[in-house]
Write a protein that binds this ligand. Structure first.
Ligand code: AOF
Ligand code: ZN
Length: 341
């Protein structure tokens, strides 16, 4: 990869609070020298290009310079004005981009605006691992669905019915925290919710914490002393019944005869780009049955329970997955595989 673009990608990865916006990095170069760099830091704030321009010691340095940016600059008025206007205004001569913006309000329009205003554009169309959910959402018009579970070597997720069993190790715990951090919505089914009483939070305080979602037959059956109510990150209940009680402000109840397809449709309407289905074994089966699994992550513990619930409980569709990535986490294994269409 071009060394300036490589630097732009390093910048992009620094953006930890971009939420539904992409991680983007930008580098300004003149005479093979890096003049400044910047990244998109926070959802709703300055885009990467604007930050890189701000970091120049003098804005006149931009005249005749080349801008390397990991995503096509935007051409629309969103929460911030169009970056392409500013790029033209300050006299940038050439823009090298790693990929076209998959967001239809920009997609190609940014490039066109620049070219129409005499700026040379080079699109490297570089495959990269940034913004996986963002890209997926704009391409498929629904969130990227990840199903994650931990099981024993004999395929069990629970030893005794109704009691939470410890399956995996501390390293897996940290890894799943990171997975949650990268998800906009974390979903569990009724059994997991009632048996595990999970907090469904990320340990570090986030600017845009994942929404904690629960599929439940009747929201009125929930005990308000449960751990999920002890913190104020948002909560969604997908319930068949309306709430008869006043619920805390961070709680929203959606009422319908919910199926995975309907839940995913609702999340699409709400603009959610990624969904992590965290269990249990019934809801996982339901999602797999409706072919709503784009990525499967299985943590395998080096033990055998001999009895208990199977990881997937219920009929599922026949699906094909990619060659798995394998990661050893101390004495446990992480298997990641992507759905093949
Ligand atoms: C970013 N950061 O560095 C770039 C983005 O609502 P706005 O104004 O923040 O616009 C968000 C859109 O802008 C986003 O979906 C993408 O299409 C485009 N580019 N966004 O958040 C950036 N370059
Ligand atoms: Zn922009």
């Amino acid at each position: 990869m071009n060394r300036f673009m490589k630097l732009a990608f390093t910048e992009a990865r620094k953006g930890k609070d971009t939420w539904k916006n992409p991680q983007v990095g930008a580098v300004i170069v003149k005479n093979q020298q890096v003049l400044s760099s910047g990244h998109h830091e926070t959802y709703g704030r300055n885009h990467a290009e604007i930050n890189a321009l701000k970091h120049l010691s003098d804005i006149s340095q931009a005249e005749g310079a080349t801008l390397y940016v990991t995503l096509e600059p935007c051409s629309h008025f969103g929460k911030t004005p169009p970056c392409v206007q500013r790029i033209v205004e300050v006299g940038i001569k050439k823009v090298v981009i790693a990929e076209t913006d998959p967001n239809p309000i920009v997609s190609g329009n940014g490039i066109k605006y620049l070219e129409d205003h005499g700026v040379q554009v080079e699109n490297l169309q570089q495959k990269n691992d940034l913004n996986v959910a963002y890209r997926f959402f704009h391409q498929h018009k629904r969130p990227l669905v990840t199903i994650k579970y931990a099981m024993t070597l004999d395929g069990k997720v629970n030893q005794t019915k109704g009691v939470r069993s410890m399956i995996t190790n501390q390293e897996v715990f940290s890894d799943t925290q990171e997975l949650r951090r990268q998800s906009q919505v974390i979903l569990v089914g009724e059994n997991t919710f009632k048996v595990d009483d999970p907090k469904l939070t990320v340990r570090e305080k986030e600017k845009f914490p994942p929404i904690r979602a629960v599929v439940i037959r009747d929201v009125n059956s929930v005990d308000l002393k449960m751990q999920i109510f002890q913190t104020n990150e948002p909560i969604y209940f997908f319930s068949q019944e309306k709430s008869q009680r006043e619920l805390p402000e961070n709680v929203q109840v959606f009422v319908d005869e919910w199926t995975p397809t309907k839940i995913v449709q609702k999340l699409t309407e709400l603009g959610m780009q990624s969904l992590l289905v965290e269990g249990g074994s019934h809801i996982q089966a339901d999602f797999l049955k409706e072919k709503l699994c784009d990525r499967l992550i299985v943590y395998l513990a080096n033990k055998v329970f001999g009895q208990g619930l199977p990881a997937i409980n219920g009929p599922v569709a026949n699906l094909k997955f990619s060659k798995p990535e394998i990661l050893l986490l101390a004495d446990n294994l992480k298997i990641t595989t992507w759905r093949l269409d």
